[in-house]
Design a protein around this ligand. Structure first.
Ligand SMILES: Cc1ncc(COP(=O)(O)O)c(C=O)c1O
Length: 390
């Protein structure tokens, strides 16, 4: 049978992760040690109490019905976690909405709020799911550059007036992927003022909120005065609680916006498996203890990688948090070509910066997903690399 995929399928960029994996497997087959620092999938196991809860709940015959969304137990656990970690008080019934991982929520978000031709303000580079959602909704992305002179925060003053007026949504991600910039209270105040002036809905993606290496936890957007009027935050258990495969995340914030998303979701899915919700609630209940362990480990990795790369003469973006290092390699070579060369010659797998936007050309994203010893070995292997220039 002949058929054509829909025109909309052209929205989605070809996935590079499969190609990276194939190159890594081929390299490994030669007997080389391959160190994979590409995918941001946490390598630490989920807390034992979380796995136990999932196992116990899964054993119950009563656990297999539709949940039709977040359970009371999950919503209350989110509200308690937010209150303890950020001081933000949320109504569990109206200000929280569970999603099947944050990717699901992010891709559907523009569909809930944007009409064709509305602008969505996002960054270059940015996490790729934002673009997918914007384009699926027929909205137009406006890319704000992340520049070193602005601490890699998008400069809202540089958004042209005619774009700001037509913008419906602003998506931010701090600490960010792929650029691990950190939020500040001052910056979030500017965001609220901008959102009010132009009536733009703000969505802050806080997937890496528990990844910080100095004293202070990155501020929740919702702690900013006025933030609850203009927007929401999305947070996920994937990264902070090593539950990436369980697919559980949540929106928190403005009740009217949450209601619209809930309406959309009630037409798309019937909720997350109950035992996953219970396990996630257990994780949130022990959030401080679990994420303290995570931070202790990831800080060591962060310092090992940053220190090692700087000794090799790579230019890294300084950051006090996030799950990635964003680095400019010292070879005059296209980033896509470079990552395959790095697999071939050094056995180290990284992601080319340009998949996150044109501003990523010449950079690589390196995930802190291996133990310190392997990160040190990766540095050593990269150090031996001499690239034949393009
Ligand atoms: C910034 C950011 N947001 C959201 C996600 C999606 O995570 P999940 O769908 O597992 O919650 C990712 C995953 O890498 C991410 O980097």
């Amino acid at each position: 049978m002949n058929f054509e995929p829909s025109k909309k399928m052209s929205i989605f960029p070809p996935a590079i992760f499969g190609e990276l994996k194939a190159a890594a497997v081929a390299k490994q087959a030669t007997g080389a040690t391959v160190i994979d620092l590409s995918l941001g999938s946490p390598d630490l196991p989920p807390d034992e109490r979380v796995r136990q809860a999932l196992s116990e709940q899964s054993a119950l015959a009563s656990s297999y019905g539709y949940t039709l969304g977040g359970t009371k137990r999950f919503h209350e656990a989110v509200a308690n976690y937010y209150k303890r970690r950020t001081g933000v008080i949320l109504d569990p019934e109206t200000e929280i909405l569970q999603t099947m991982g944050s990717q699901e929520g992010l891709v559907h978000l523009p569909l809930a709020f944007c009409n064709e031709g509305d602008y969505v303000l996002t960054t270059n580079p940015a996490y790729v799911a934002y673009d997918a959602g914007i384009k699926l909704a027929g909205a137009i992305p406006y890319y704000m550059p992340l520049l070193a002179e602005n601490g890699f925060l998008p400069d809202l003053n540089e958004v042209p007036e005619e774009v700001a007026k037509k913008a419906k949504l602003l998506i931010l991600n701090l600490p960010g992927n792929p650029v691990p910039a950190m939020p500040s209270e001052e910056y979030f105040k500017e965001v609220v003022a901008f959102a009010k002036k132009y009536e733009v809905i703000v969505l802050h993606d806080a997937a890496y909120s528990e990844y910080y290496f100095t004293g202070d936890r990155p501020a929740s957007f919702l702690t900013t005065p006025g933030a609850m009027e203009v927007g929401m935050e999305i947070n996920s258990l994937s990264k902070s609680f090593s539950l990436a495969g369980a697919r559980i995340a949540y929106f928190v914030g403005n009740a009217q916006m949450i209601k619209v998303l809930q309406e959309l979701k009630s037409n798309l899915d019937y909720g997350t498996f109950g035992p996953i919700q219970e396990a996630a609630a257990v994780a949130l209940d022990h959030g401080e203890e679990i994420t303290d362990r995570l931070r202790a480990e990831f800080s060591k990795r962060h310092h090992a990688l940053m220190g090692g790369l700087s000794k090799l003469g790579w230019d890294t973006t300084p950051s006090a948090g996030g799950m990635f290092v964003w680095a400019k390699y010292p070879f005059d070579m296209d980033d896509k070509q470079f990552v395959f060369e790095a697999i071939q010659k050094a056995g180290v797998v990284m992601v080319p910066g340009s998949i996150f936007g044109t501003a990523g050309e010449g950079y690589v994203r390196i995930a802190l997903v291996q133990k310190v010893e392997l990160i040190e070995q990766a540095i050593e292997q990269l150090g031996k690399m001499s690239v034949v220039e393009a």
